[in-house]
Design a protein around this ligand. Sequence first.
Ligand code: SD4
Length: 322
Amino acid sequence: MTSRRHFIRTSSLGALGLALNQQSLADEPDYKFKPIVLSTWRHGLAANQAAWNIINSGGTALDAVEAGVSVTESDLTNMSVGLGGRPDRDGFVTLDACIMDHLSRCGSVAFLQHIEHPIQVARKVMDQTPHVMLVGEGAYQFALESGFKRFVGEVPTAKAKAAYDEWLKKGEYQPPANVENHDTIGMVALDSHGNLSGACTTSGLGYKMHGRVGDSPIIGAGLFVDNEVGAATATGVGEMVIRIAGAHTVVELMRHGASPQQACEEAIDRIIKKHPDVADKQVGFLAINRAGHTGAFGIRKGFQYAQQAETGVGLYDATSRL
Ligand code: SD4
């Protein structure tokens, strides 16, 4: 770890040169951008396909990430994204999401209930209001006014309710923070126009306190995009991500010369340094830059990410510090 930090410090000028080269390459009139979609966890495979369909037909990364993560939100068997998610400790399923585009426009909703597609509401916040973030009842009212319908199915789903009833037997105050109960989808994409966008959506940590909001809807924590540099998203224990302004940190490290991989590693190291006890805790970062280079890194083994590009489709194990 120390030697890698040392590497980043001592090689920053060289890396900066590389980053600038990539940047200036990408600014050449004939430069062909290499579109790519990257998202967290296995469910990213289906989400990426929907996103790729848009990007591959010349659409924008913004439309792609919105459509991509909407697939995951609609999957009621998924217990950590959308209305199929685990409830909070009081039995309510509350959803967080945000979206950001290449113009640094962004929109976000948090603590939203009864709406199938929080990411689409976040997009409307971005497109149709002067604000960035709406929460709770206000976000719900805005969704209804914008034409979204209250979901009529059973929430929590029977599967999530059974898991919740099981959890209630012990009802431990701290939500367990292992890899099984946090599978937010964060997606970042580069389109053929050379524009980056990202989206992030989750039901949050299972059995969280009522009213708790994690990193996922927070621009700069769960997601950050700067079209001059790159895009990053996070998954895992949101509190740990917020404490280092995770996704923004990754993008800023790239701005100062780190590759996407180096930036993800440095951000994870910062989290580990600030949290002496990371036992059972997971955080993972994903990043891309405009040259289409990627990075992925977790605190511990188990963090997987899905990637789709002209070169193919895959699910990969991210490297990790532990
Ligand atoms: C949260 N970061 O609410 C989310 C949970 C998560 O993968 O990412 N799960 O803290």
